[in-house]
Write a new protein. Sequence first.
Length: 319
Amino acid sequence: MAYIPLAGLSLRDIEYVVAVDDLRNFSRAAERCGVSQAGLSEQVRKLESLLDVPLFERTRRHVVPTADGARLIAHCREILIAARTLLEVARARTGPLEGVLRIGVIATLGPYYVPCLLPLLRRHYPQLTLQLTEGLTHPMLGRLRDNELDLVIAALPVAGDTTRSAPLFDEPFVAAFPLGHPLTSEAALTERDLAGPDLLLLEDGHCLRDQALSLCGMANQECHRLATSLEMLWHMVGAGEGYSLFPLLALRHRDALAELIVTRPVPEARRHIGLIWRASDPRGAAFSEFAAFLRDHPPEGVITAGDETTVPEMETARA
């Protein structure tokens, strides 16, 4: 193959193109990349000129890749992954847990676990610069596989052979009922007691929704009242709309509506929280040690995980 000079080909321009493809909008892509829309558009046009291929079809209503653009953008993604891997390998030589560490935490855990986590990491890993992201499991695992995140803290197990994981702790579930609900008088509450039309759930996409359905032995279509967040779920219980399951950490410092809501333990109902990383990441051994450190410093009230073993890969609930 004849030598092709790379002068004029910029990783930054490739990153701009991938951002436009992800968001299908030049303005939002520019915001993600921290540049002006005009600057980003000019760099994308420059790359299109260099490649002699129009990458996007642009109209006032939409931005979509051309047929040739879709093929080339797939290569752009591979180039960015390779470039980030190069930086990770170099970082591993000077210290695998130094510099920037990008951690994603599921939305039903992040607001309640991160306040415990941050002081701990500040004290014991002062060399780390943390970048935290909150979201649903499925999208964050996608970002992990695309090398946009280094670690994800989520419910285990996860599917696939491209990731590795280590347990951190088991988080018990607690049932929350409106004051005066008949189930609050049960001496020993079980998961099956909660299987009924008044069970409130988070909307589709949250793993906690699927975990609650599985624990209660219910089908998806049996529940009709949904919440967008744990905060709204708490308010719905307080309003008397029904009852629900909450992770233990989400009940900390929850004084609002406490006079309207009764909580009851549900023995053996829990979720397994763990640390997840890419199987290909050269920092795997360091991440395993990092998981052991977190496991040795669990938040109050959770059940400490046993000796470190990678949780078997199997199908997981969405998000």
